[in-house]
Design a protein around this ligand. Structure first.
Ligand code: ADE
Ligand code: ZN
Length: 346
């Protein structure tokens, strides 16, 4: 039961939409312990120790390498089709409980398939089916995005893109490029993203997170990005911000993740407020709720109480997420209409 005196309730009460959440960063700690017991994953026995391996701790270095390390351990847990079903269902359930009405959940087929050598096609089928069932069970709308990592091979990315295109009629809406932006360029992926776009997949790219504003331009011009994952550094180059504005590119901002992975030196220095003031399309997201130990309501609270974003602006960000979703037009109009009514926005 929730406690009515908890300030978080104010943010829980806001009907929200989220565009940037990784399935692999959403595993409940209790579920990981259960999987470890059932499947013999060798991890430290206590919850605290496991937490240190898969979730950012207060004492951790605030670097992207530390942040990405967590995903290496997380890969040990994708042991069976049942596990993939369970973690997908729980990620959807957790979003619904946080009053997220629309979740665009991204997943990394290569990560989910690697530990046990599952075929990519099967992994995609499992996630698509499980997300669809969970959406019905928990009364939330869910769209899916397939992610590929910059630090993995373009050949694998091409396979994922083909399979994603095959699943388009089953709610797989887009393709994302994630991973190590600091050390890997996008050039090897240009062709894959061009073909993906031609096949009807929508494109979002992690850029301007661990790399400069120029990477945001690259994502828009060379990879066909309609949305940018993070883009916290976009304002460092006015011409890049202007390009994003002119093209109507939406930014999937993830404040806590940016603090934890060293994008900004301190929470107070986060450019969320400035991005909104500059007239960019801004949405608020969790990125990896379990790795970061947050909910979307926590992020709304942080934006309001630490970054001084007014409540009505936060609500507009929730609506912007619906408007910038990759849903087909009719479904998007329905979602936007519902959120406008519930948020009291016209
Ligand atoms: N994969 C999971 N979280 C990520 C992030 N913040 N940036 C790039 N790749 C990621
Ligand atoms: Zn991300």
């Amino acid at each position: 039961m929730t406690d009515d005196t908890t300030p978080l309730n104010k943010y829980l009460a806001i009907p929200k939409a989220e565009l940037h959440r990784h399935l692999e960063g959403s595993l409940r700690l209790s579920t990981m312990l259960d999987i470890a017991r059932k499947h013999g994953v060798t991890v430290p026995v206590s919850m605290m120790n496991l937490s240190g391996l898969v979730q950012v701790q207060d004492k951790d270095p605030l670097t992207f390498t530390n942040f990405l390390e967590k995903f290496k351990t997380l890969r040990l847990f994708y042991k069976s089709p049942d596990v993939i079903h369970r973690v997908t269902r729980e990620a959807v359930e957790d979003a619904a409980k946080d009053n997220v009405r629309y979740l665009e959940l991204r997943f990394t087929p290569v990560a989910l398939s690697r530990a046990e050598g599952f075929p990519l096609h099967d992994v995609m089928d499992w996630v698509v089916a499980s997300a669809g069932e969970a959406a019905k069970e928990f009364n939330i709308k869910v769209g899916l995005i397939a992610s590929v990592n910059r630090h993995e091979s373009p050949e694998l990315a091409e396979q994922v893109a083909w399979l994603a295109a095959e699943h388009r009629t089953r709610g797989l809406l887009g393709l994302d490029l994630a991973g190590n932006e600091a050390e890997f360029k996008t050039q090897p992926f240009h062709e894959v993203f061009k073909e993906a776009k031609e096949s009807g997949l929508r494109i979002t790219i992690h850029a301007g997170e661990w790399g400069p504003a120029e990477n945001v331009r690259d994502a828009i011009e060379n990879l066909g990005a309609e949305r940018i994952g993070h883009g916290a550094r976009a304002l460092e180059d006015e011409t890049v911000a202007a390009l994003a504005k002119e093209r109507g590119v939406a930014f999937e901002v993830c404040v806590t993740s940016n603090v934890q992975s060293g994008v900004v030196r301190a929470l107070e220095e986060h450019p969320l407020s400035k991005m909104i003031e500059k007239g960019l399309k801004v949405t608020i997201n969790t990125d990896d709720p379990s790795v970061s130990r947050i909910t979307l309501s926590n992020e709304f609270q942080l934006a309001r109480e630490k970054l001084n974003i007014p409540m009505d602006v936060l609500k507009k960000c929730a609506l912007t997420a619906a408007e910038a979703s990759f849903l087909p037009d009719g479904e998007k109009a329905e979602l936007v209409g519902m959120l406008k009514r519930e948020l009291n926005l016209q």
